[in-house]
Design a protein around this ligand. Structure first.
Ligand SMILES: Cc1cc2nc3c(=O)[nH]c(=O)nc-3n(C[C@H](O)[C@H](O)[C@H](O)COP(=O)(O)OP(=O)(O)OC[C@H]3O[C@@H](n4cnc5c(N)ncnc54)[C@H](O)[C@@H]3O)c2cc1C
Ligand code: SF4
Ligand code: SF4
Ligand code: SF4
Length: 357
């Protein structure tokens, strides 16, 4: 059982695996959930450690292939964060009678994983939500479907996907598509920001897009919906996104992340192809290009099956090594402590303004 804050990503699979109900997930004062062990119930069997994704390092040097890709369907690409690879893969899995898992913003604004079994539910899973998503029963459901012979596509942060891999065990029916990952902000800060938006715009929160592409700026615009009314502004002006990009609101484990490498044990990895203008300038139209890294035979088979729906070009490993495929996000030092002190009493906009000075 991992005990330090930097060693726990909050996936909760240890609590699912414990046969004695000795692990409870409890949020700390920053709103991040941590595993706590009831020593009186624990028998020391070690099952929780076997499923923990923060365990041993992945085997180095797995056979990766690297691609730049864009969905041919412009509507799919527009409604996604990068090149729209996720909805293309998800549609293929749904067409085969499979189930897709991913993160969605609920009516209350909370970000949670959910399962989707038909095209109508897919839009909610599209687009990046820069908030830690709660797995909410999805790990057990993914195992049930995979064990019963149903094809499952599970998408999420690398630590979430690795937790699912370990909990489900080897299954031919489970395809894991993880992300290049900068880190996840606190759900508590997100909840606070929703309240601030509701106060500013005098209404009820009804949605948020972290990666709006109307400005053809590769999704560096955000759009908030209050009572269905839309207001959009550049991502750089958004205080929640600033706290994210300046790494103030991230989970402590993200500064020590072991998944900042292209060598993963998932089946494939999806990300933004930052630097596409240098590698394939003809693909750089401001509407987003995906980076895809194929790790396994299962990942390669699914990738092969969707080639007709993508503009796709293979590239070299060194063309794609953006910072989050090399090292974890740098801890911002003392300004993180100041962020937490200030944001408990001040609006995020003012907190970020003070920290900028
Ligand atoms: C917190 C976070 C940080 C990221 N950091 C980077 C980065 O530093 N560099 C980079 O290249 N790419 C990063 N990405 C990935 C990138 O933003 C896109 O999500 C990815 O390229 C897929 O885009 P798409 O166009 O193929 O699909 P889209 O249609 O945009 O699909 C989004 C996918 O992301 C999943 N997802 C969305 N929000 C969450 C969440 N909160 N938790 C878990 N899964 C989620 C959905 O389930 C879906 O599979 C990050 C994503 C997240 C969620
Ligand atoms: S060691 Fe076994 S009993 Fe103890 S918390 Fe872990 S899984 Fe539960
Ligand atoms: S990382 Fe997940 S499995 Fe490991 S201790 Fe934390 S909640 Fe439990
Ligand atoms: S940065 Fe690492 S620890 Fe943090 S959410 Fe992403 S994969 Fe998990």
């Amino acid at each position: 059982m991992k005990q330090g804050k930097g060693e726990c990503c909050g996936c909760g699979v240890c609590a699912l695996a414990c046969p004695h109900g000795a692990v409870v997930m409890t949020p700390d004062s920053e709103g991040f959930a941590y595993a706590r062990v009831d020593r009186a119930r624990c028998t020391g069997c070690g099952l929780c450690q076997a499923v923990c994704p923060m365990g041993e390092q992945p085997a180095p040097g797995c056979e990766n292939r690297f691609f730049a890709a864009q969905a041919k369907d412009d509507a799919l690409r527009f409604s996604s964060s990068s090149g729209g690879v996720f909805p293309v893969l998800a549609r293929e899995v749904l067409a085969r009678g499979g189930v897709v898992f991913g993160a969605a913003i609920g009516p209350d604004g909370a970000v949670r994983h959910r399962e989707v079994q038909g095209l109508e539910g897919l839009a909610a899973l599209q687009k990046t939500k820069y908030v830690q998503s709660s797995l909410d029963g999805c790990v057990e459901a993914a195992k049930r479907y995979a064990d019963s012979g149903r094809l499952v596509l599970f998408t999420g942060t690398p630590c979430q996907c690795d937790a699912v891999r370990r909990y489900v065990g080897g299954s031919e029916n489970l395809i894991l598509a993880d992300l290049v990952c900068y880190g996840v902000p606190s759900p508590m800060v997100w909840e606070k920001y929703i309240k601030e938006l509701e106060k500013t715009y005098r209404g009820r929160f009804s949605g948020f897009s972290f990666r709006d592409k109307r400005a053809k700026d590769n999704g560096h615009t955000v759009a908030a919906y209050i009572d269905g009314q839309e207001t959009a502004w550049p991502m750089g002006h958004d205080p929640f996104c600033r706290a994210f990009s300046r790494s103030h609101s991230l989970r402590p484990s993200c500064y020590e992340c072991r998944f900042c490498t292209p060598d993963r044990e998932s089946d494939l990895t999806m990300g933004d192809f930052w630097g596409i203008e240098k590698v394939y300038p003809e693909m750089d139209d401001g509407m987003g290009t995906s980076l895809v890294i194929i790790h396994s035979g299962k990942g390669a088979a699914l990738w092969e099956a969707v080639q007709g729906q993508l503009h796709c070009a293979e590239c070299q490993r060194e063309d794609t090594l953006q910072p989050r495929l090399r090292t974890p996000t740098l801890h911002p030092g003392i300004s993180r402590a100041w962020f937490w002190r200030l944001c408990r009493v001040l609006p995020l906009r003012i907190t970020e303004k003070i920290l900028r000075k």
